[in-house]
Design a protein around this ligand. Structure first.
Ligand SMILES: N[C@@H](CCC(=O)N[C@@H](CS)C(=O)NCC(=O)O)C(=O)O
Length: 202
């Protein structure tokens, strides 16, 4: 049986929740009380020594890092594929997963975390400005790639798109106006039932 340790407000965990829904995979959700620091409790640190969410436990096989989980779920449960069949397409998905983490999710965290969870007096405005510029540069690159296709790889919805969904959701909060093709792609992704169902209600 598959268990997902997560929190509904975790962007990284939402990637996995979305992939599980897209692939119709049954799992047991365990929501950690992050405010009560359940993610720092010894029992959880024994699973994930970084004390972060998400973590999966697949019949005793433990995995942390959401991008690795997306790939693992695809390898072990190939029905409703979220990867192209050919080596080049698969490599492109891997490339986008890495670029999403390095060029988008990381700087997005610099803006989104303080704006969601810290009083304004504690925001580092210089860091926020730098992060916003970094994201805008990245979106300009993606804009060219999306100019003539609806999805990032092989014009088919894949793990590469899923990795972006929880972060695209926060473009307005980040005060980033996306270029045209990104805006259409974002609206397309955010309106998927799996994405809508993953929006936290708290
Ligand atoms: N690279 C990790 C990032 C996970 C992550 O940063 N999770 C955040 C929530 S979105 C977390 O658990 N933060 C709690 C902490 O660091 O104490 C992944 O992709 O899974």
């Amino acid at each position: 049986m598959l268990t997902l340790y997560h929190h509904p407000r975790s962007t990284y965990a939402r990637r996995v929740v979305i992939a599980l829904a897209e692939k119709n995979i049954a799992y047991t959700p365990v929501i950690l009380d992050m405010a009560a620091r359940e993610n720092r409790a010894p029992a959880y640190l024994a699973l994930n020594p970084y004390g972060r969410v998400p973590t999966i436990d697949d019949d005793g096989f433990i995995l942390y890092e959401s991008a690795a989980m997306l790939r693992y779920l695809e390898e072990t449960r190939p029905a409703s594929p979220l990867m192209p069949e050919d080596a080049r397409g698969r490599a492109q998905v891997d490339m986008h997963l890495r670029l999403c983490d390095a060029q988008f999710a990381r700087p997005a965290g610099v803006i989104v975390f303080p704006k969601r969870f810290l009083p304004q007096a504690r925001w580092d405005l210089a860091a926020i400005t730098t992060a916003r510029a970094e994201i805008e540069r990245h979106l300009d690159i993606l804009e060219n790639q999306l100019a003539d296709q609806d999805y990032l790889v092989a014009n088919q919805f894949s793990l590469a798109d899923i990795a972006y969904i929880p972060f695209l959701y926060f473009l307005p909060l980040m005060e980033i106006t996306p270029p045209q093709a990104i805006a259409s792609w974002s609206a397309r992704l955010l309106s998927r039932p799996s994405a809508l169902a993953s929006v936290p209600d708290i």
